[in-house]
Design a protein. Sequence first.
Length: 457
Amino acid sequence: MAPSLSPIRSHHVAVIGAGAAGLVAARELRREGHSVVVFERQKQVGGTWIYTDHVEPDPLSVDPTRPVVHSSVYGSLRTNLPRECMGYRDFPFAIRSGVSESRDPRRFPSHGEVLAYLQDFSKEFGIEEMIRFETAVVRVSPAAKSDGDEGIGKWRIESTEKEKKTHRDEIYDAVVVCNGHYIEPRLAEIPGISSWPGKEMHSHNYRLPEPFKDQVVVLIGNSASAVDISRDIAGFAKEVHVAYRSNPADTFIKQPGYSNLWMHSMIERVHEDGSVVFQNGETILVDVIMHCTGYKYHFPFLETNGNVTVDDNRVGPLYKDVFPPALAPWLSFMGIPWKVVPFPLFELQGKWIAGVLSGRIMLPSKEDMMGEIKSFYATLEAQGIPKRYTHQMGNAQFEYNDWLASQCGCSGTEEWRKEMYLTTGVRRRAHPETYRDEWEDYHLVSQAYQDFSLYTH
């Protein structure tokens, strides 16, 4: 529904996570007049963009008692989208003049440049003053309503602060969950894996290629990480084989430009002698199987009395991937959609949530929200789309962003940003080795910088 003329209300809001979603959520909430506290378990902003050499002791990251490393960034990672396209809409990710020589001016910069951009954003808007660093949220649960709440669904948040070793138990009007989804790995099912003697790991625990020197490595998946890591490792490994379920069963292709990198269909099974058999019939003795198979949505701290569940990686029910109808607007999620340009989408989600909480923007009734969700699920089922792809957007993100913008009363996605995303995707698939450093969309870059000169905040 369009913005309303209701009186603006201010609420005490908790934001969980100070990554790219949590930072812009905090800014938008404060702009709307809310009181905001951001909980961040690390000692700095940036979330998944914070690089660390540390990896988890369990290479598959399945042991629930393991010490969790909250980063999946590997050493050589560069963005797979150009910086002009990536940035928040009113704080462009432009090349910054007069800053440290350590900054990366490339269009597809390193992970360190993205982290520096998020730090710049936080500093520009004074977000750190709202953040409790090194504070882990242990439990978020509905609090009993008291007289005068006027329907507000209060939330109890229990947290622990690392440095002071203190435990807090506090009440908030609303909670915005921005804890990311690059921590809890998904794994492929491989027949015979329980007796296979080699090493299994998930890309979450990959950092550098040198440990794979002279080894035979199989990567499962065709995500951006699988494409990058396979090339990274190929410079050191004896052989690298990439298995992907969507490849035809007879796929067996040597990657052009490499003497030791092959593309396959999926793994058929593995054996006790260390061999891996692919659906194309090829059999290879393998040292390491690396799962580049994505992540699960994971909210171990959140109690909703069954109003929000995760079923085969479908977080639901969520209206527009943000509000669970039974708990709206007092509980919301940001950053659930994937295969998107994340930062601008987060910005629009944050604006929407902030406006809804203040009463400036109205939500449909709980019944209407549930009706739309059920209709969406039915459409996915009719199209044969598995539950695990519920939150994959791709090109549909632009219609989604424009809808959010219409709710917030702001402009939608710029045409140059849409075209830049689409043309980059085409070039990434056609030229995975060179698309980051060779491009032809100079006219789009020019349009972007013309817009950047007009943006104010």
